[in-house]
Design a protein around this ligand. Structure first.
Ligand code: PXP
Length: 260
C-alpha cells in the first residue's frame, strides 16, 4: 500500500504574507507540488491569518475540485474563535468541502501544533463537529499522541483516521538516538491498534528527509503531511527535486515495511 505525501503550504503563505502582493503565489506552488508528484495539499488556517487565509482555502478547493486523485486536507482547531473574516474551521470546511479535515487542539497564538487531543476531556465538544463534517462527506482525522486509550476514544467518537503527532519522535531523532527506537515502537503499536480498530493512520510534524525513512516503515501508514522541512529543503534542492526526494522515501518504505 502506497503512502501519500500531502504538502503543507502554510510556509509559502507565511512568506507571501510578509509583504504586500501575491508573491510567492500559493496556487502556483500547489500546482507545482502536484506536478512533481505530491498526492495532496494541506493547509492550516488560523484565526490570526498569519498562514493561509480563508480565501486561499477556497481557491485551493477550486483548484483541486477537478482533480479527485489529489487530496485536499484542511487542518485546524474547530474551537478556535471566529475573528475578522476568519469564519471558523467548520464553516470554512463547509464552504470549501475538502476531502479531509484534520482536527487539531492548538491554541490561537501557538507557533505550531505540539500535542494531540486529550479525548477524555474534549470528546463531548468534538462529537458534534465530527458529525457535522461527516454529514458533509468530509473525512475526519484527529491529531493524536500515540496513546492506546486515546486512540480507542477516537474510534468511539466516529473519527475516520488519526494523525499521529510525530514531533517528539523527530526531536529524539535529532538529539536523543537512544529514545528514537522506543518512540518509533510506540507509534508502531499505536498505528497497529488504530488499524485493528478500523481507523486510517496519517502522521505529521517535523518529519524531514532524515527522519522520514524510519518513520514511514510504520505499518498501515496512509499519509504524511509535511510542511516546514519540505519548504526549507526546496530552498536548496528546488521544489521539484524536494517533492521527488520525499516521494522516493515513501515509495521505498511502502515496498519494504511489511517485512519489518
Ligand atoms: N500536522 C499538523 C496537525 C500540523 O499542525 C502541522 C504543522 O502545520 C503539520 C502536520 C506539518 O508539520 P511540519 O510543518 O513540521 O512538517
Amino acid at each position: 500500500m502506497s503512502i501519500a505525501l500531502s504538502v503543507n503550504l502554510n510556509k509559502i503563505a507565511l512568506i507571501r504574507n510578509s509583504r504586500e502582493g501575491n508573491y510567492p503565489d500559493l496556487i502556483e506552488h500547489a500546482k507545482a507540488c502536484i506536478s512533481h508528484g505530491a498526492n495532496g495539499i494541506t493547509v492550516h488556517p488560523r484565526p490570526d491569518q498569519r498562514h493561509v487565509r480563508p480565501g486561499d482555502v477556497l481557491q485551493l478547493a477550486e483548484l483541486l475540485k477537478p482533480l479527485p486523485e489529489i487530496e485536499f486536507n484542511v487542518e485546524g482547531n474547530p474551537f478556535a474563535a471566529q475573528r475578522g473574516d476568519y469564519p471558523g474551521l467548520t464553516s470554512l470546511a463547509e464552504a470549501a468541502l475538502p476531502d479531509q479535515c484534520t482536527l487539531v487542539p492548538d491554541t490561537d497564538h501557538q507557533l505550531t501544533s505540539d500535542h494531540g487531543f486529550d479525548l477524555t476531556k474534549t470528546a463531548d465538544k468534538l462529537l458534534p463537529v465530527i458529525e457535522k463534517l461527516k454529514s458533509l462527506k468530509i473525512r475526519v482525522s484527529l491529531f493524536m499522541d500515540p496513546i492506546p486509550e486515546q486512540i480507542e476514544l477516537a474510534k468511539q467518537l466516529g473519527a475516520d483516521r488519526i494523525e499521529l503527532y510525530t514531533g517528539p519522535y523527530a526531536a529524539a531523532w535529532n538529539n536523543d538516538p537512544d529514545t528514537v527506537e522506543n518512540l518509533y515502537q510506540q507509534h508502531r503499536r499505536a498505528a497497529l491498534l488504530a488499524s485493528e480498530l478500523g481507523l486510517g493512520v496519517n502522521a505529521g510534524h517535523d518529519l524531514n528527509l532524515g527522519n522520514l525513512p524510519m518513520f514511514s516503515t510504520i505499518p498501515g501508514l496512509k499519509e504524511v503531511s509535511i510542511g516546514h522541512a519540505l519548504i526549507v529543503d526546496a530552498i536548496t534542492l528546488g521544489l521539484a527535486e524536494t517533492v521527488k526526494a520525499y516521494k522516493a522515501i515513501l515509495e521505498v518504505a511502502a515496498t519494504t515495511r511489511d517485512g519489518r
